[in-house]
Design a protein around this ligand. Sequence first.
Ligand code: OGA
Ligand code: NI
Length: 338
Amino acid sequence: MKEDKNSTWFNVEYVPNDYIFPKEHRPQNLDLPVCDSIPVIDISKATNGHNQPVEDIITASQEFGFFQVINHGILEKTVIDAASVLKEFFDMPSKDKKEIVPYKKAYVYTSSTDFAKDGVHLWRENLKHPCHPLRECIGLWPDKPTRYQDAIAAYLEEIQKLSCTILEMISEGLGLETGYFNNTSEVQLLSSNLYPPCPNPTLTLGILPHQDPSLITILYQGNSTGLQVMKDGQWINVGANSNAFVVNIGNQLEIISNGKLRSIKHRVVTSTNGTRISIATFVNPSPDCIIEPAKNLVNELEPSRYTASRYKEYVDHNNAFGDYTVAIQNALRTGNKN
Ligand code: OGA
Ligand code: NI
């Protein structure tokens, strides 16, 4: 049975007080045109020899920390299936979404009403779960809607391949050895967001400004806008292209590249019309990897700019994925034993 839509938290005429950010955090440039300067790169043109997409990825990662990829080889159906099953998940009555059965399921769902940052709610709902190793994780995800596990597993298999392709292109572009990231990068976490229409987007935020603690993040945003990236002290809007994935450089790749590639601050603003659904997949180093600038990017002229740390220690010290990481990892370990 469908919940009465009128009872959802976002079906309001005015923004409730506990969703209104202090003035200094409110978005100010919402009527700027959508920026088409974040490069859209056709990665099917990667050929041996002169490799334009590799150059374009490196330039975009230096300049913006963001780029979009098209002709990535992932079937539209796989992507649409994943996005639509997530929409169905968010459309379910809240009691069905909230259910987390300890030791049997490992996912975290937060409605905006549960999640407040500095006392102010974000204008979004969020679902997160682990994805690695994929086969061991599938059974721990939501089982409603019934297609959820199959549709998301099919999507993640493709994202795993795409992440290897992109990381290989980046390692080539940085002059690292072939296969530098092989067997050390994992699509560890899926984080999907629903940003419903908001009566006054100048007062609210979908996600606060942040950098990603990943190697790279691969985001599907369909044809919705709302993602903004900091460029030279200004927020710029990322254009929507439903055939593309948005890729951004996370903190770990910034370290490995010795600062050559940049992990850039980004946020999500809301809109009065249309619902934004995003699927972020965090491609992270394996937990035991030592993250430090790659040896051949460090020399007398360019000394190491970062200290080394083991990825899992970095995650713990920085509480990088919030309490979520610990809760999920515990559930996953216990789940594996059963
Ligand atoms: C994230 C993120 C953007 C979006 O999850 O880290 O930046 O559009 N998401 O949801
Ligand atoms: Ni992010």
